[in-house]
Design a protein around this ligand. Structure first.
Ligand SMILES: [Zn+2]
Length: 106
């Protein structure tokens, strides 16, 4: 059974057919690689649209209310292997791309 979505999965499968969770070491490595590729594509999409020094509108907390303006200090990158972020000056530190107004999640 898949520990993430509780779907019944054949014992021999390395990945869950439903949610893609890795069920063996090999499957988990593949799931991580897939996630990294998605995050990298997200960074690339942001970096194609924005240059370092651009003013962007972001939320430093929950994505609600009016976003605030911040200036990017570098290109977007994957922080800690799990979150696509961009560093900004003026407070807020690194902002998840999910909290950048102009950024459409892929
Ligand atoms: Zn699953």
């Amino acid at each position: 059974m898949c520990p993430r979505c509780y779907r019944m999965v054949h014992r021999a499968r390395s990945r869950c057919d439903g949610c893609g969770a890795g069920l063996t070491a090999k499957g988990r490595a593949a799931a991580v690689a897939e996630r990294q590729a998605v995050l990298q594509a997200d960074c690339d999409a942001f970096n194609r649209r924005h240059s370092v020094g651009d003013t962007i509108r972001v939320w430093t907390g929950p994505r609600e209310g009016e976003p605030i303006e911040r200036v990017t200090k570098g290109p977007a990158y994957i922080l800690g292997g799990h979150t696509a972020v961009v560093y900004v000056s003026g407070g807020g530190g690194c902002i998840a791309l999910s909290h950048v107004e102009s950024h459409e999640q892929i």
